[in-house]
Design a protein around this ligand. Structure first.
Ligand code: OSB
Ligand code: MG
Length: 368
């Protein structure tokens, strides 16, 4: 495969409702959409670095810089036989995993389309539908949360994740659990707590939660191992896991019993698969996280989530849960039994609607 042209689009899409976490309230999502043209084939991908460094240290600007100055020059007009060769070629570039993952996913789409196979197929997917859940931002009151969750359950979602923060945890979890006693419920703290808050986490053991996501420091592995020993609810790490190596450290130290995989956070599908396979060998379930992607990133997420050890429902929700209009067709929908179909057409399996992409593009740059 030889890439002849690469286009970066800095996009900004308005969320249907603000998304509040322990660290920020987001009303819009800024990402970079990547288009690669190679031997008559067009591949698409999405870099999930955001407008601010509030989740990861990468942002749209840092990712754009790394793509423009390093990753794209290393790829353009050179010939590669497979993804492994592409990755090896930019091994010397440290960190910047979201930038790498964005471009890597675009190349995966190109290779899949060249073989006329779906991304799910070439990644090793083993099912045609995946179980999905929904991530609910912090709400203004426990009653508002109950109302919001009720409407999502109505839409078919079988697993609910709620964001929590100090002062907005047990007082929301308790009435919600009382109202919906049988639902699969989990919480995400986005690193808002310290070990001093241990009594709050011990109290959470009473609510039959599937997991507690990233309670402590966003780079921590060690303190999570101390917390996990004190509570019976499984800890799931998100922010702290950047590589297979991190996953091994976390599992061996007993820092978590479940891992959230987001390709952007771990530098792409290739590293995601290594983590997936390692976790399978250790009997550690994984599930697919989300970064409020457009349909382009979401298509890749669903393909990856079709691998066999993704045994818990992912943060992969319908297009309309995020955006009034998606930039792909068909848009993604959740079935009444809480599932989503894995696209079967070649590559990401959805079509990018170029007029809609143009409408959400702030700046665009072509490299050839
Ligand atoms: O911590 O999982 C997270 C969104 C942006 C950044 C971090 C997270 C999230 C979500 C939403 O929880 C997941 C989604 O539905 O895309
Ligand atoms: Mg998370």
């Amino acid at each position: 495969m030889k890439t002849e042209k690469i286009t970066l689009y800095h996009t900004k899409m308005k969320l249907v409702s603000p998304f509040e976490t322990s660290s920020v309230i987001e009303t819009h999502v800024e990402h970079i959409i990547i288009e690669v043209e190679a031997e008559g084939i067009t591949g698409w991908g999405e870099c999930v670095a955001g407008a601010t460094p509030s989740y990861s240290n990468e942002t749209v600007k840092t990712a754009w810089y790394i793509l423009e100055d390093f990753l794209i020059p290393d790829l353009l007009n050179k010939k590669f036989e497979n993804i492994q060769d592409v990755i090896k070629n930019w091994n010397w570039i440290r960190g910047n995993r979201m930038a790498k993952a964005g471009l890597e996913s675009t190349i995966w789409d190109v290779f899949a389309k060249m073989q006329n196979k779906s991304l799910s197929k070439i990644l090793g997917g083993s099912c045609d539908r995946v179980e999905v859940g929904i991530s609910v931002g912090i709400q203004s009151s426990p009653n508002k949360l109950i109302e919001t969750v009720a409407s999502y359950l109505q839409e078919g979602y079988k697993r609910i994740k709620i964001k929590i923060a100090p002062g907005k945890d047990l007082e929301f979890i308790s009435p919600l659990r009382k109202k919906f006693q049988d639902i699969q419920l989990q919480v995400d703290a986005n690193s808002a707590y310290t070990l001093k808050d241990i009594s709050i986490f011990k109290a959470m053991d009473d609510y039959n939660l599937l997991l507690i996501e990233q309670p402590l420091g966003y780079e921590d592995i060690y303190e999570h191992s101390k917390l996990q020993k004190e509570i019976s609810t499984p800890i799931c790490l998100d922010e702290s896991i950047h590589s297979l190596n991190d996953a091994k450290a976390a599992v061996e130290l007993g820092s978590c019993r479940i891992i959230n995989i987001k390709p952007g956070r771990v530098s792409g599908f290739t590293e995601s698969k290594l983590i997936h396979d390692y976790c399978a060998s250790q009997k550690i379930p994984v599930w697919h996280g989300g970064m409020l992607e457009s349909g382009i990133g979401r298509a890749g997420n669903i393909a990856l989530a079709s691998l066999p050890n993704f045994t818990l429902p992912g943060d992969i929700s319908a297009s309309k849960r995020y955006y009034k209009e998606d930039i792909v067709e068909p848009s993604f929908e959740v079935t009444s039994d809480g599932m989503m179909n894995v696209p079967t057409d070649p590559g990401i399996g959805v079509n990018v609607i170029e007029e809609k992409l143009a409408k959400v593009t702030l700046t665009k740059k072509e490299f050839s």
